[in-house]
Ligand binder design. Sequence first.
Ligand SMILES: Cc1cc2nc3c(=O)[nH]c(=O)nc-3n(C[C@H](O)[C@H](O)[C@H](O)COP(=O)(O)O)c2cc1C
Length: 383
Amino acid sequence: MKRREFIKYCLAGGVAAGTGLFSYSWLNMKEEGAMRSVHSFANSTNIDGLSEDEANILYLASLAPSGHNTQPWVITIIEPKQWRIGSDRTRWLPAVDPDNREMILSIGTFLEHLSLAARIQGYEAVIDVIGENNFSSEIAEVRFIKKQMAVTVSDKVIQERRTVRKGFLNSEISGEDRRMLIGNNKQAVFYYPLNSQEGSYISQANLLANKKQANRVDAQMELADWIRWSDREASQHQNGLTPESMEMKGLVRWYAKHFLSKADVLSKSFREETIKLVEEQVHNGAGWLIVKSDGSTVEELINAGRLLESIWFRAHEKRIAFHPMTQVLEESPWQTELAQEIGLAGHIQFVVRIGYIKEHLKPVSLRMPISKILVNAPHGNHI
Ligand SMILES: Cc1cc2nc3c(=O)[nH]c(=O)nc-3n(C[C@H](O)[C@H](O)[C@H](O)COP(=O)(O)O)c2cc1C
């Protein structure tokens, strides 16, 4: 099979697997998720300056989603139970996120995880947003106050949450589940079935935005920089996207891991196949979930990130999968037209394809060890 055809199979998710000469078991693939760093809740005190409780909180916070899985958060420990949260500029995405909007949204998802994880450990996390703008080196301060708080999301759910990109069922989200997802946030959270007028517009706009972005060399080069094709690159960086997180399967995953490289992401066939995959995705699933805010201050972006994450956890319990599709908010004219076209005032922060799935998939995206998130951690002390 030619290289071009392999790229096609890779992006389609491995329909070739098991149909050819090689069976999945023959390949003896590493178990999915094997690249994720392992955290021991029972013994997490081997980082100076962090108590066991704090290490557990930081670990669960680190499982938050972020654009291209850059994990932009860094933590400075000011004193016991008091942290400052900033971002690492080497993990910004200037080509697709020049305003750092998505970076701050990702810090928001991280803070939601942190707040829920604090409850699990018996603390209230008091969070002050201190960032003046999206480029501030210091974004928030957190104090952990010992207090019995209701645990609203279990550590199991926090560890199980993941992005799903393939295998959505097309059945409609039930009225009860829609109400559950939107909750008390009728001013900020909206749902449009794929077959509604707004839903069709969002699908079409997303496809066109993806086409435009696939032809932007700077955006493709940036994406290429964040794909860890080989296991060696994955364990070296422990962030970014992998064949596993892109849901490649069997033989194609094996091929991708061993033979694909940065240059392939920039090739014509990779871009063409990306578009075909997106075309399929925007017509599959139940509909689009939108999270918006009145403005885009640092605090509003953080709150939008927190809100998305709280809905994502609720969705998980109902086996509703989430796939953020952000290109429509990154490319013009759709980034300004979208709100108008679907009749929403304010700033749209997230566009997420959602749908039921048959069963939960194991989380597989990489995470850096928590010592790498700490700016004042002792050098090389990884847990
Ligand atoms: C602000 C933001 C934007 C994202 N945009 C996209 C996107 O456009 N396409 C996509 O497939 N995933 C997108 N994601 C999902 C991330 O790629 C995903 O969270 C990350 O790879 C970690 O994987 P996990 O969610 O399974 O832990 C986005 C996530 C965030 C927080």
